[in-house]
Design a protein around this ligand. Structure first.
Ligand code: MTE
Ligand code: LUZ
Ligand code: MOS
Length: 782
């Protein structure tokens, strides 16, 4: 009975695909349930003088309106620093910042009441961009730094030197299900919350603090989410707090579900970055020194920004060994919603910067970018240590790159592209291979822990509860597979139960691609405790005068087997009943903490990751030279997932992650007017659709074992997103045909507008360099 390394169907696949899945806001209304509505600030920065509720409260259907003054406990919250006000007290810091919570019988009444609220606000001078924040010395936290070797000397003595600036845009999460919460007063005086969250313990913590009650009075159930992508790691907070506050004061159930527009307007996004760099290298393209400075746009409060920035610093050289490096970063404070976790968590921005440097070096040397990548890739001992001193125990990157090149037919396709570019006057193609080496573990060491509860019932069926939340990534399915294998039962005999703080305490967020690793290991720990007891009982029953070694028993096909036997000795259900009669506990708690992790930001050195998930993508794009529109024609991904528990789910994660990264790289552009998001609907913010997915999309799973993988399989939730950048480097390759040798600057996202402007700029420069060649393609590079 094989349950792992098998593409069993995702638990929710059929329901999601047929629209039958129920999300939080699909639950039928409870008796006397109230609608919760947030009133957001209309201005980006200023003083909140008064809120006059008189007229609004008189509107029929309006039950109550709460402001900061109605918060019985802590007004501020935050995972790293408690610097975010749930409701504005005297300052407002961004457009959409909650000022008041309206509780009404209907949505219509709530909206009507909002327009009747009289707000007295005084404007102050806001800051929106990274440049403005730097100029005005607005920061969230201190500068962080990782250094190795002598960067200044390395730059001074290098044969060649380049420097540059790269702007990287943010990204809206666009989970299909918007932020939502449902609070019910508990007869015992507490609150029961259902929340669409990746982090039930955080919701429990801040709800208790906000209400001024103990955490034991708050139970949070994490409802299966219709997508999260990091956007619900911390930012499920405000909706949950709003519904809890209403339930607390009115003693009625209270539900909130943000409209798409409100969600887009008021929640944080992927951080936009400005990156300044200088690289020193030789004529072979080998990089000797890199000085790189990251500035991220943190928005108005700390949220997860320092942790996101830290992951950027840790991924600053991506898959490359650079002996002399100075990597610095700082978070800018601006008057925008606080930016937050988003799949990749700072790594995509860092990899974009590094790969852009590779592209610039390739242009400078007139060599192929692939060659530069291979030259600098982590490889042999001595060239296998990260800037922060962690050795890559398994350096399979060069091998992966070689295999990816072969599988994709890179060399032949590149020749064909050059041929095409010589003849086409309307289009221009490019191809690029991009590697990723993604560190797996929370970079805050303490978060790398999980607890689990496993119950074996008298009929041989099993329930598992962990702190993992299901957002579509399939951790429930994978944990079920692991537990079924451990007990030797078919999948149908195991159920993963709803995630609740009642069963799993003090949990870490479901994030950092480690939820199956951590929660799977904790569940296995619990299962093994039960199995240990069962073995003792079975050994006693099956006897052989006390000579039977309990460890020799096998659990398979819902039965127990003596070693070597093909006929079962007894069924698992029978054994469970016998154990129960003998007063043996059939439930167990498990715990896991990842060993071997350490990191010290004062030295910038340590081993923050348990292992790395590596992969490569080869992307081919075709640019329409008259519109700048980029079509992605073919993608070939090779991703090392180790001994995948569920290759089918991993394939889904790889394709989904890649397409999400591709959207960020090519299409998704956030635009603001005086701090107000103007791209706040799906008609003005272009996420990839089914038509943007390349016609040829090959995914291959490599299976290199790594003894440090917790469950044998490698975390795969985030790394593939980074590979979406390969479409952007492929665009750069395509552009290199327009004006060979010309310096490019292609900021992210490479929207048609930006690509077209770059084409025009390059054409103009090629006119200057080689008159008569304009519009024609000459010596290719890339
Ligand atoms: N896949 C789906 N379908 N929906 C999601 O919201 N989130 C991603 C990734 N894959 C996400 C997803 C993010 S940001 C992370 S960190 C991981 O899933 C978390 O789950 P894991 O630890 O089980 O990989
Ligand atoms: N969240 C977090 C994360 O708190 N720490 C991390 O290291 C991390 N990494 C990726 C995604 N979320
Ligand atoms: Mo994912 S950004 O770790 O939630």
């Amino acid at each position: 009975m094989i349950t792992v390394r098998k593409s069993v169907e995702h638990d929710l696949a059929m329901n999601h695909a047929t629209g039958r899945s129920l999300f939080l806001n699909d639950l039928p209304p409870l008796a006397a349930e109230l609608v919760v509505h947030l009133v957001g600030s209309p201005i980006p920065k200023g003083q909140l003088l008064t809120i006059d509720k008189t007229a609004a409260l008189k509107h029929p259907g309006v039950v109550a309106i709460f402001t900061a003054a109605d918060v019985p406990g802590a007004l501020h919250f935050g995972v790293i620093r408690a610097d975010e006000a749930f409701l504005a007290l005297d300052n407002v810091e961004y457009v959409g910042q909650p000022l008041a919570v309206i509780a009404a019988e209907t949505e219509e009444a709530a909206i009507a009441a909002e327009s009747l609220l009289l707000l007295d606000l005084r404007n102050e001078d806001p800051v929106f961009t990274i440049e403005e924040a730097i100029a005005r010395d607005e920061w969230l936290g201190e500068e962080k730094k990782i250094e190795r070797g002598d960067c200044v000397h390395g730059l001074d003595t290098a044969e060649l030197r380049l420097d540059g600036v790269l702007s990287i845009g943010g990204q809206e999460h666009c989970y299909l299900e918007t932020q939502a919460a449902l609070a019910e007063p508990d007869p015992a005086g507490g609150i029961r919350l259902k929340s669409s969250t990746q982090h039930p313990t955080e919701i429990q913590t801040i709800t208790a603090a906000m209400l001024g009650i103990g955490m034991h009075q708050v139970v949070v159930e994490a409802f299966p989410m219709g997508g999260a992508f990091g956007g619900k790691e911390t930012q499920a907070a405000i909706p949950a707090l709003a519904s809890a506050l209403v339930a607390h004061h009115t003693r009625r159930p209270a539900r909130i579900s943000l409209s798409r527009r409100t969600d887009m307007n008021m929640t944080g996004k992927r951080h936009d970055y400005q990156v300044l760099w200088q690289a020193g290298f030789d004529h072979e393209g080998c990089i000797h020194a890199l000085d790189i400075q990251f500035y991220s746009n943190g928005g108005s409060t700390t949220d997860l920004s320092p942790a996101v920035l830290e992951r950027s610093l840790l991924h600053a050289t991506n898959a490359y060994y650079i002996p002399n490096v100075c990597i610095r970063g700082r978070v800018c404070r601006t008057n925008l919603p606080s930016n937050t976790a988003f799949r990749g968590f700072g790594a995509p921005q860092a990899v974009a910067a590094m790969e852009n440097i590779i592209e610039a070096i390739a242009v400078k040397l007139g060599r192929g970018a692939l060659e530069i990548r291979i030259t600098n890739c982590y490889s042999v001992p001595g060239r296998d240590v990260t800037p922060y001193g962690q050795r890559l125990k398994t350096t399979m990157l060069p091998g992966l790159m070689r295999e990816a090149v072969e599988r994709a037919g890179y060399a032949e396709r590149r020749l064909a592209i050059e041929q095409f570019n010589r003849t086409s006057l309307t289009h221009c193609k490019g191809i690029s291979l991009l590697p990723v080496n993604f560190g797996i573990s929370f970079t805050q060491t303490f978060l790398n822990q999980a607890n689990a509860l496993v119950n074996l019932y008298l009929d041989g069926t099993i329930q598992v509860s962990t702190g993992a939340t299901e957002m579509g990534q399939g951790s429930n399915t994978k944990i079920r597979q692991l537990i079924a294998r451990e007990f030797g039962v078919p999948l149908e005999r195991v159920r993963v139960m709803p995630t609740s703080t009642e069963k799993n305490h003090n949990t870490s967020p479901t994030a950092a691609s480690v939820s199956t690793d951590l929660n799977g290991m904790a569940a296995l720990d619990a299962a093994r405790k039960i199995l240990f007891r069962l073995r003792q009982v079975a050994a006693k029953i099956l006897g052989r005068g006390g000579t039977l070694d309990p460890g020799s028993l096998r659990f398979e096909n819902e039965c127990v087997f003596l070693s070597g036997d093909r006929e079962p000795a007894m069924t698992l259900a029978n054994l469970a009943r016998r154990a129960h009669s003998a007063r043996v506990d059939l439930g167990a708690r498990g715990f896991y903490w990842t060993p071997g992790l350490n990191f010290d930001w004062t030295t910038g050195q340590g081993n923050p990751f348990r292992y790395f998930t590596a992969g490569c993508a080869v992307s081919e794009v075709c640019i329409d030279r008259s519109t700048g529109f980029v079509e992605v024609e073919q993608v070939d991904i090779l991703m090392d997932t180790g001994f995948s528990i569920n290759p089918g789910i991993d394939r889904g994660q790889i394709i989904g992650g890649f397409v999400q990264g591709m959207g960020w790289a090519l299409r998704e552009e956030l635009s603001y007017e005086n701090g107000r998001l103007t791209s706040n609907s799906l008609s003005t913010y272009k996420i990839p659709t089914i038509r943007d997915i390349p016609e040829v999309f090959n995914v291959t799973l490599a299976t290199n074992p790594d003894p440090d993988c917790l469950v044998g399989a490698k975390g795969v939730g985030e790394p593939p997103l980074v590979l979406g950048l390969s479409v952007w480097t492929a665009v750069q390759h395509a552009l290199s045909h327009i004006s060979p040798g010309a310096t490019r600057r292609l900021d992210l996202p490479a929207t048609p507008e930006r690509v077209l402007m770059e084409i025009h700029r390059l054409q103009a420069s090629s006119k200057n360099v080689a008159p008569g060649l304009e519009g024609r393609i000459s010596t290719p590079q890339g």
